[in-house]
Design a binder for this molecule. Sequence first.
Ligand code: PRT
Ligand code: ZN
Length: 226
Amino acid sequence: VDKNSQRLTIAIQKSGRLSKESISLLQACGFKFSLHEARLLAHSSNQPVDLLRVRDDDIPGLVMDGVVDLGLVGENVLEEVRLERKATQLACEVQRLRALDFGQCRLSIAVPKEEAYNGIQDLDGKRIATTYPYLLQNYLQQRGVAANNAILTGSVEVAPRAGLADAVCDLVSTGATLEANGLVEKEVIFRSQAQLIQRPEPLSAAKQAIIDQLLPRIDGVQMARE
Ligand code: PRT
Ligand code: ZN
């Protein structure tokens, strides 16, 4: 038996908006980690737990494929990857263990402020720039709107001014980015926060015991800061 199989592996975002809070939540739950900037893997010194630090986009797939046991990821990324993998017939099941109290944002459609907007039908035949093509198409299809996606991996908010798109579908938290780019939020298509997810298949008793201990601690930490 590979002794590593008894270590619980948790995927978190390496560097970005969820990183600090993911690590501090796990530390508040009693796991000790020493993190080295360059290392992908960090071992806990007091529990049989390893952290895998990756791009957030990779986290849902790693959990769905059972490469890691747990993941902390934004629901927006989880749902986008789920829809994409469903469409391409890859494994797309996860267990959702907890909604976490950070990473709140919304995925919204916004249009240039000089454009008239009377409702979602106005987007029919238009081009919408996004990094979330599956969530966007899902929303539009349910409303019978046929728009074209312009799929970008970044700088979505400048697409209308650059003549690449008529509208954007991007994450919003304060709204400052939209405002700075002359865009007005018109449709909230998805509300998100970080989630703790688990691979679909049952885990070994040893790993499950760690999770059974972790969940009430998460609840305690989150309740204390409510
Ligand atoms: O490198 P990696 O792929 O891991 O990171 P990333 O650049 O893809 O993601 P990152 O770190 O930007 O965001 C990680 C997660 O944080 C997202 O998937 C969301 O779940 C969550 N989150 C919460 C946000 C925001 N708030 C947010 N405001 N993610 C991005 N933004 C961006 C948004 O895209 C826009 O550019 O912030 C800008 C808007 O912010 P406001 O405050 O101006 O509205
Ligand atoms: Zn990402």
